[in-house]
Design a protein around this ligand. Sequence first.
Ligand code: 6AU
Length: 257
Amino acid sequence: ARCRMPFEQRAEVATQPQARRLLALMAEKETNLCVAADRTLGRDVLALAEQVGPHICVLKVHCDILDDFSPDFVSRLRDLAKRHNFLIMEDRKLADIGHVTRLQATGGQFRIADWADLVTAHALPGPGLLSGLEGAHGMAAVLVAEMSSEGSPINEEYSAAALAMAETHGHLVAGLVCQSDLATDPGLLQFTPGVSFSGGASDGLGQRYREPGHVVGRGGCDVIIVGRGVAEASDPRSAAESYRQAAFRAYRERLKT
Ligand code: 6AU
């Protein structure tokens, strides 16, 4: 049922503010593409964000892979997010006790909660991690329930526990990073990485890829996360446009099933 509900209806029933905002944005902008801007210089991330901005609902970054992270980078990124209307997800994959999670989310050199709309976190430490994010400037968590990489020890029981944690902390969790259709709550978003037009391929470092139409049409994915398929394309703008079209078409098709 969740998969057959349009994003605009799901935006109305979603209770988590960032999930509501994102679902409404996806419906209005007609995109369920998140680009992973895995580049190591701030200016290269900003250049990519400028190119793909019109086509995405979320830009995902890893602030700790930047050689030159600075508050100036963050303020420029926020300007682009505002101008092109997308959300910013910091893929920090928090995984510690609540106390340390709070320090990592609000302090250090990155001060993630000052600029990110969404932050990824592992369910591993249990709900204390989410309590650590309480009051972090409205930033919502996205819990990693399954991984795309080969040999991950995550099993069905763990994924179910991650989902349960998301459901019982609905005011703090906007969605899941997952590979299969886990959620039943239409207000929870499912983000799926390991997406490329060359489905079945690997990257030699354990990443496994599936095609956008497949993950959205049959995997319950709401938002595809594409990194190198866009960032390393000769023309990232048109690559983003192609991924956007494939993923949104699959979403429209699934509404009819
Ligand atoms: O398309 P790629 O392979 O170039 O990039 C995939 C992106 C990377 C990973 O950090 C991230 O997706 N990722 C995640 C996330 C989003 O948390 C989980 C996972 O299981 N696999 C994965 O690749 O930025």
